[in-house]
Ligand binder design. Sequence first.
Ligand code: C5P
Length: 225
Amino acid sequence: MNDQDVIVVTIDGPGGSGKGSLALNVASALGFHLLDSGAIYRLLALKAMRTGIDLDDEEALLVLLDDFDIRFATGDELAIAFLDNEDVSAELRTEKAGDAASRVARHGRVRAGLLAVQRAFCQPPGLVADGRDMGTAVFPEARFKFFLCASVEIRAQRRYKQLINMGLSANIADLQADMSERDERDLNREASPLLPAEDALVVDSSLLNLEQVTELVLSHIRNNG
Ligand code: C5P
């Protein structure tokens, strides 16, 4: 079976738009594999910080890719991520890791180096890929493409609840400011900026709950499958 036989569903959008939970729901409803590409950027950023590498040093980041040992496992509720065989899931979810990831993600050659890592998740019977450039750069041939958006205020509120539920401390105003800054960085970078693919269905989740967005996406897939 080649990659073309594997059904790929891409879900792109800014942080806090609800992509992660949506991707999880859609993958489990369809029995597909799941790729959380943001976690891959976070893992690389974490490795860089642990090694003492400057996040703006593209050459040094590229060297890290030669020995980038990562693995994911399914936990009770949240995915577990391993870096060099160590469970780093908690550290990965912090705002610090997210911010560092968005700095690492600016480098075009780092993004190119991570393409194969991400494409390896494309396994039968299908894949739901969550990120910023899944439909534009990583899986341009995907069968179904969605782009999820929501106002920055709503996204900050959602991220706040997520962090509090994980037992982490958070402040809504700070989150909103960080999100706007990260949006700027993601939208304005030269390499794969955050933009909907031309053939993506854009869904504004500001006024919809997770169940409604999941249903909308699943019915689009069923009606066009
Ligand atoms: O989605 P998440 O918040 O985990 O992503 C962390 C950062 O990684 C994002 O802010 C973005 O800059 C970067 N990223 C990316 N391309 C992806 C996934 C994430 O540039 N496909």
